[in-house]
Design a protein around this ligand. Structure first.
Ligand code: NAI
Ligand code: MG
Length: 321
């Protein structure tokens, strides 16, 4: 039987993930959902945010649906998200942005660069190392090429005019694309951020290193109406974790107004990954139907609560299945 782990995490993760989990129950009542608590709240209560038994469970399931985890305000505990990416080997972060004239996918390297945790803070200086490896670049470039092969073309975003590590990244990624016969161009990341806003139709799959991908996907979110709508997949050779791009949003947490769309679309990516494109399509259509009718949460200018929006999507889904 297919088993998925469901991790709400903190903040609005506790509000949006239950909606997505309900949608999965409607579409796949035959799948087992295993709940797991991880994150800041748990750390505050128990002193542990994530342990080996959790990892064992996460490695035993077919996929993970994940909300968001709040970082410790002063770095008192190590990032759960980074620890998960490392422990599960989730080196690729896939962020599709579809809507408002954009139909693109940001493929973000998820394990190297500035977020790899190679840091030193001394009295009068602080240093974060940005390491980019051949192996890391080759595998993320292959992932991007595989996606681009079924679509139009590939753009590599970088800062090779200034950074030696980016000349290295660009050269290796171009080589992989040439080997796979994928049409490729490239752009400086700063200019790319502006151009993605101005002329989204020029872009399809965009390959970027870790932090550039983090920033570029938030920029591109402008086209769809913000972070409440962006899903993502974190993929490795063996494991897969699906989560909204947004975080725990402490500024609106607990008020029941978070937009569950990003979580619902993440569940759709999970369905597709586990071989059920039909269910994924039904879920996306239901979300689109409700948005189109104008039932929206406050981030999109509406007045619907998370629950009201979620219920509307579920009603629409139930009519389709
Ligand atoms: P955030 O994504 O949580 O929020 C940014 C802004 O977008 C806020 O104004 C928030 O209200 C709004 N927003 C986000 N999602 C929304 C939704 N579904 N509906 C309506 N509005 C939404 O980013 P922020 O504030 O920088 O980070 C908050 C916490 O989340 C931090 O502790 C951060 O480390 C963590 N975080 C965790 C992530 C994860 O678990 N994968 C990813 C990003 C941040
Ligand atoms: Mg981010």
């Amino acid at each position: 039987m297919t088993r998925i782990a469901v991790v709400e995490g903190d903040g609005i993760g506790k509000e949006v993930i239950p909606v997505a989990a309900r949608a999965l129950s409607v579409l796949r009542p035959d799948w087992e959902q295993v709940r797991l608590e991880l994150g800041f709240e748990r750390w505050r209560r128990t002193g542990t945010a994530l342990d080996d038994r959790d990892l064992e469970l996460l490695r035993s399931v077919d996929a993970v649906l994940f909300g968001a985890v709040q970082s410790a305000p002063n770095g008192e505990y190590p990032s759960v998200v980074l620890a998960l990416r490392r422990a599960l080997g989730l080196f690729a972060n896939i962020r599709p942005i579809r809507g408002g004239g954009a139909d693109l996918v940001v493929v973000r390297e998820n394990s190297e660069g500035l977020y790899a945790g190679r840091e030193r803070v001394e009295a009068d200086r602080a240093c974060t190392e940005r390491v980019i490896t051949r192996t890391g670049t080759e595998r993320i470039a292959r992932t991007a090429c595989r996606l681009a092969a079924g679509r139009r073309h590939l753009t590599i975003g970088h800062k090779a005019n200034v950074l030696a590590a980016d000349r290295f990244f660009l050269e290796i990624a171009r080589g992989v694309a040439a080997g796979e016969g994928v049409a490729v161009d490239d752009a400086f990341i700063d200019a790319l951020c502006l151009d993605v806003l101005r002329r989204p139709e020029r872009y399809d799959v965009i390959l970027v290193e870790n932090m550039f991908g983090d920033i570029l996907s938030d920029v591109a979110a402008f086209h769809v109406g913000g972070l409440g709508l962006l899903p993502s997949a974190n993929l490795g050779d063996r494991y897969a974790l699906f989560e909204p791009v947004h975080g725990s949003a402490p500024d609106i947490a607990g008020r029941g107004i978070a937009n569950p769309t990003a979580a619902l679309l993440s569940a759709a990516m999970l369905l597709e990954h586990l071989g059920d494109p039909r269910a994924a399509h039904l879920l996306r259509s239901s979300v689109e139907t409700v948005l189109f009718r104008g039932e929206r949460t406050p981030d999109l200018g509406g007045t619907a609560t998370t629950m009201e929006f979620g219920d509307a999507v579920l009603v629409s889904l139930q009519k389709m299945v």
